[in-house]
Design a protein around this ligand. Sequence first.
Ligand code: ATP
Ligand code: MG
Length: 568
Amino acid sequence: MRASQFFLPTLKETPAEAELVSHQLLLRGGFIRRLASGLYTWLPLGLRVLRKVEAVVREEMERAGAQEVLMPVVQPAELWQESGRWEMYGPELLRLKDRHQRDFCLGPTHEEVISDLARREIRSYRQLPVNLYQIQTKFRDEIRPRFGLMRAREFIMKDAYSFHVDQDSLRATYQDMYDAYSRVFTRLGLEFRAVDADNGSIGGKASHEFHVLADSGEDAIVHCSACDYAANQELARSRPEAERSEEMFSAEQRSTPGIRTVLEQAKLLGITPAQVVKSLLVIADEHPVLLLLRGDDELNLIKAARALDVDAVRMASAEESQEILGVPFGFFGPKDLPVTLPILADQRALALRNFSTGANVADQHWLNLNWERDLPRPAVADLRNVQAGDACPHCTPGTLGIRRGIEVGHVFQLGTRYSEKLGVRVLNEAGKEQTVLMGCYGIGVSRIVAAAVEQNFDERGICWPPALAPFDVGIVAIQAKKSPAVRAAAETMMERLEKLGMQVFLDDRDERPGVQFATLDLIGLPHRLVISDKTLAQNVWEYRSRRESENRLLSEDAVLAVLQGESV
Ligand code: ATP
Ligand code: MG
């Protein structure tokens, strides 16, 4: 491809609306353009990268035995009513009506559509297992579309769905897909982790997320230093704390005027935050609940919702607390709570002795309280965010570290969640009708493009991993317009490389060399070759890899050897 004929609108300035490096560089490098919030056009350069991701995903899906289909983006409301998600999905589901006033939605995912296909077409266990996938546009009306391709409203997903007569078959396909995902991200040259996203439901390891590790990631990934334990912080666990055995002191109430925070409380009382049991009033769906955590721990709302078996948990405001408990914010606590409420305590809070809490009186706190002696031991739950340095729940002496991750894939054992509701049944070996089991497997194809940039850039631009680069090699022909010999040498080299199967971007524009170099650095091609009158006279090429800063002068043969060694 010749730059002079290629549609490559690059930008000199960093667009103001772009916060993330990937968003900035993809805009500046002429990979994508914004149409409206969360909607992007893929320009030729960007589309080449997207197609590379798709090709690898496709190959690995086929290798894992999945077969490609293509389902409609527009889906009838009836199917979503059957699954119960028409109500449940909320405003992320973009709903629309056709000219007959019938309800439809734009597919954010395709469990309903694929289940409808399966219930119509699959009759017998003999047709199972089957695994179908598509690479297709999804629409989710995200509350906060941001970071460009990372959290778009319209995006490209690979979604696969498998159907099974029994759990063993589901587990086997799940493992195949897990392995296929690992191959996809390895081939793409990304540093990634598969993390346990087990949602705690029956059947053990029912879900894993694949994360590309990058400082800008929205998710916190907890991982062990010694074993392969890794989990999203949303549900990561640590080893339970040993119960304290120190001598119990006598409880006393202390005056703590105006105290609002655990830190202030600890400082005034001459203790550490780890000796405080903090009381958090939350609203679980509609109902107030008191949650207790150690003073230096952070509440995890997702764990709390799970422990309480509700949809959502939120912190009560200061006004709500005052109204519900009749105690000023900052001074309530589990001992002699003025109203009867469910109380749930994190294990680390229950392991304490001689702890301090609010006294349910304005400007008063307890010191040296002890479970059972002074107040009943509440029910225990895992409510806290794991912290770096915590002990691993699976091994000794492993400790947990935390890194940021971008979720690029998700594999899930659905069981009968959709097949039950939509009536996907087959005749089993015994001739009896039974509900099938399902697995579903998503990859954020367009998000991968952004995630790859987050992991591979420097101050000059993108440094694509070779498998993702829009072109393998960039050739800069210096002053090609003035020198037919330079131009001819560059063209010949391009043909050579293309014959060897490489994709070449020839910068034949009538630009200053500095501009040409800056463009190639910005768009991040793995290899750069420069030819000028000077190098031509010496019969050499100036070669540089995108990740190095040193030029090498190489003969044509040496150039071919280097490029083939690295990119073939
Ligand atoms: P997230 O927690 O990031 O919202 P999700 O749990 O909603 O993701 P899934 O429903 O599992 O995502 O979708 C499968 C994959 O699609 C995700 O792993 C992610 O890579 C990608 N994806 C999801 N939402 C978006 C989006 N708004 N823009 C781009 N990619 C997305
Ligand atoms: Mg989402």
